[in-house]
Design a protein around this ligand. Structure first.
Ligand code: TXA
Ligand code: MG
Length: 309
């Protein structure tokens, strides 16, 4: 449902977000599909709504550098870019802070997180009222164009969101520029709303790729991979294996992604549970088979990559 801007609308949206529901949020770049970044199931809901066959990591939005500093580590270079270009169409990939309460799913299991402070007054109002970071990818179903007005969000994802706030047309109209600031050499991951040259005048040369390693959206190579080997579609356990179950009648499982067989719950638990089992003294992780439908497609994609290493 499209709602107009104003304190009452913001109040409705913060209530919905706290309940784990999704909200269409205007930003100066494109509309975002926002969820509470600390709630695993709410974040899983983003992937379900977008029908993404993979868990690409998402951008976290905050209202101030101080707020984001609670979740991510800033190098002095990163702080330079943040102070100069935030709020605005710039996203920085930074190390997650130790014991960071953000869902692991927003980072697709990585130790890094993409962060940004949007400039749009409605995004600012929502973030200030909510007080906690919001994960928000562009509010389009996977494979379709990013929306730049509320009507487009409603048409594509109206059934998936509690509300779409109508903040008018997005004035930048393309997504934010993404720069990886996790090493000494900044790396451009996605060109966008701020020209690279403009960023370079503050932090020096920004390289486009690290050699052959492709880190651009949708082609992430640095996905989290468990330390232990992973075996998938397992019916019978081998000695030394930890068992990650799915569904009912799995009493022998060390952990269960979803005892009731709910794929959204399984997605919400995936990275957390893989990490938990990865730190046990087992020799391998065996995973029960997951139905190849809905979020199961993205879960299986992730498990397949982990298993062929
Ligand atoms: O302008 C924008 O950035 C919009 C608005 C809503 O803020 N958001 C947006 O999000 O474009 P999304 O999810 O469509 O694109 C985020 C991209 C991902 O595809 C991913 O490749 C990259 O950011 N990304 C996120 N976290 C990352 C990480 N930890 N490391 C590397 N890349 C990351
Ligand atoms: Mg997108």
């Amino acid at each position: 449902m499209i709602i107009s801007t104003g304190p009452e609308s913001i109040q409705k949206c913060t209530t919905a977000l706290a309940e784990g529901r999704l909200v269409g949020m205007p930003t100066e770049t494109v509309y975002g599909l926002a969820a509470d970044a600390c709630q695993d199931e709410a974040v899983a809901g983003i992937f379900a709504a977008k029908n993404r066959p993979q868990f690409n990591p998402l951008i976290i939005h905050g209202h101030s550098i101080e707020m984001i500093q609670d979740y991510a580590e800033f190098s002095s270079q990163a702080l330079k870019l943040a102070s100069r270009f935030w709020p605005g169409p710039l996203t920085l990939v930074l190390p997650r802070k130790g014991n960071c309460p953000l869902s692991l799913l927003v980072s697709a299991g990585l130790d890094t997180v993409a962060v940004r402070i949007p400039q749009h007054p409605v995004a600012q109002a929502l973030l200030q009222a909510y007080g906690k970071p919001l994960a928000a990818p562009s509010a389009n179903p996977s494979g379709l164009l990013s929306p730049t007005c509320a009507k487009d969000v409603e048409a594509a994802l109206g059934d998936e969101v509690a509300y779409v706030i109508d903040g008018g047309r997005c004035h930048v109209g393309v997504e934010s520029t993404i720069v990886d600031m996790t090493s000494d050499q900044p790396v451009l991951l996605r060109p966008g709303g701020i020209a690279t040259e403009e960023l370079e005048s503050h932090v020096g040369h920004i390289s486009s790729h690290k050699g052959t390693e492709i880190k651009s959206p949708g082609m992430m190579q640095s996905h989290y991979a468990p330390r232990l080997p992973v075996r998938i579609n397992v019916n019978e356990l081998k000695p030394g294996e930890a068992f990650l179950g799915f569904g009912p009648n799995m009493d022998h499982a060390d952990l269960n992604l979803s005892p009731s067989g709910d794929l959204k719950e399984a997605a919400a638990n995936l990275f957390k549970m893989l990490r938990q089992l990865d730190t046990t003294p087992h020799q391998a992780i065996a995973v029960a088979s997951i139905p190849e439908q809905g979020l199961g497609v993205a879960i299986n994609d992730r498990l397949k990559r982990a298993s062929v290493r």
